[in-house]
Design a protein around this ligand. Structure first.
Ligand SMILES: Cc1ncc(COP(=O)(O)O)c(C=O)c1O
Length: 375
């Protein structure tokens, strides 16, 4: 019996059909930015205790709008992790700003605050860390650096929804935080969408205008800003509203699977397979990711036993063809390069049975036991 990396039954099809019918047949015929989107925003805003939440067309859109609302433009620098998702580099670039790549922690693979601190200049406008796979960025340290430097902090929590660090929810550590709802995320849905959450009402107002061509929501066809089309879909809002109450159960299942893996893999570090740090504080369970010296051999071993796995980000961002010419030629990102060579994610989706989780853990342990100390 094979265990796919992504579950074959991600969403409840009946619920999806129900909301398509509900929105599709509603007399107002409103398919974007309607009452359901407003309700979805209010639900997340209240659950997180922030001043406002603004739904956008995607996580990438949310990042871009938040940066723009923070005043980022040509000549500005945005400090971003050297390892992670493409929008960390492309969101500053499409606004004419320069991404400045900071190396990551070699174990947790989130951006290293000491590296960020070294890169702050008079041109720095925003520090934009991201949570990665199973671990939240060191937000208290990054908050201190941003405050000390007098720059804004944008928390890319696209993968972090549901994580908590020192009692504070992922997404609420920065001047603004961003979520993504693309299907595989912890609160994923069958479509594109994202959210900016913030304690700053003026910033939220700006994002609201920017997401809909610079209009203020009162006067149609009056464009106060050069904006974007990054609007939220009413069918998806209705879908998310119906699933919000059960999100904690799905998060708890992911967390339990992650904790089980970490306990099983605790002794494998000397055998070339490194698991994320133990504990729940500062963890998020979007993806469970290992660092394996013989990554491709581990992937093949699992595939041979019908277990799906996934390699994310096979190159550091500043080594990508699109971004390399924007990176300082005299710099190097050794921890990001090592993560890119060694990272392998194994299944963690909440539909996995205990028996499947145990089988996956058994196979990782079996691989490590047979591959010797250094493979
Ligand atoms: C860290 C990070 N930031 C931003 C994004 C962009 O989100 P979206 O795919 O919704 O545009 C993603 C994932 O897709 C991500 O992993």
């Amino acid at each position: 019996m094979s265990i796919p990396f992504f579950p074959p039954d991600l969403f409840d099809g009946d619920l999806l059909l129900e909301v398509v019918e509900e929105v599709g047949l509603a007399p107002d015929q409103r398919f974007i930015l309607g009452t359901r989107t407003a309700e979805f925003e209010a639900v997340l805003r209240d659950a997180l205790g922030v001043a406002d939440a603004v739904a956008c067309g995607s996580g990438t859109g949310a990042l871009t709008l938040a940066l723009r609302a923070m005043g980022v433009g040509p000549g500005d620098e945005v400090i971003v992790p050297a390892y992670g998702c493409a929008p960390l580099a492309s969101a500053p670039l499409v606004l004419g700003a320069t991404p400045v790549f900071a190396d990551v922690d070699p174990w947790t693979v989130v951006v290293d605050p000491a590296e960020v601190d070294k890169l702050v200049t008079e041109r720095t406008k925003v520090i934009m860390p991201a949570h990665v796979f199973s671990v939240m960025a060191d937000m208290p340290a990054l908050r201190r650096i941003a405050t000390g430097a007098g720059v804004r902090l944008l928390e890319d929590s696209a993968v972090g929804q549901g994580g908590v660090l020192a009692g504070r929810a992922a997404g609420t550590w920065g001047d603004a935080g961003v979520f993504s709802f693309v299907q595989v995320k912890t609160f994923g849905m069958p479509g594109e969408g994202g959210m900016v959450v913030t304690g700053d009402p003026a910033l939220a107002r700006e994002v609201r205008m920017l997401r809909n061509h610079g209009q203020d929501g009162v006067h149609r066809f009056v464009h106060h800003r050069v904006g974007f089309n990054s609007r939220f879909d009413e069918v998806m809002a209705a879908f998310q509203l119906r699933r919000f109450a059960t999100l904690p159960d799905r998060l708890a299942r992911r967390a339990a699977i992650g904790e089980y893996y970490t306990s099983r893999f605790a002794d494998l570090a000397g055998r070339g397979v490194l698991a994320p740090p133990p504990g729940r504080d500062g963890r998020c369970f979007y993806v469970y990711s290992l660092l394996a010296d013989r990554r491709d051999a581990l992937r093949d071993h699992l595939a041979g036993r019908g277990i799906g796995s996934h390699v994310y980000y096979p190159a550091p961002l500043p080594r990508q063809p699109a971004f390399a010419r924007h990176a300082r030629p005299d710099r190097d990102w050794p921890a990001a390069a090592s993560a890119a060579r060694r990272q392998l994610a194994i299944p963690i989706h909440p539909h996995l049975t205990d028996a499947q989780v145990e089988r996956i853990a058994d196979e990782v342990c079996r691989f490590a036991a047979t591959s010797g100390a250094h493979g």
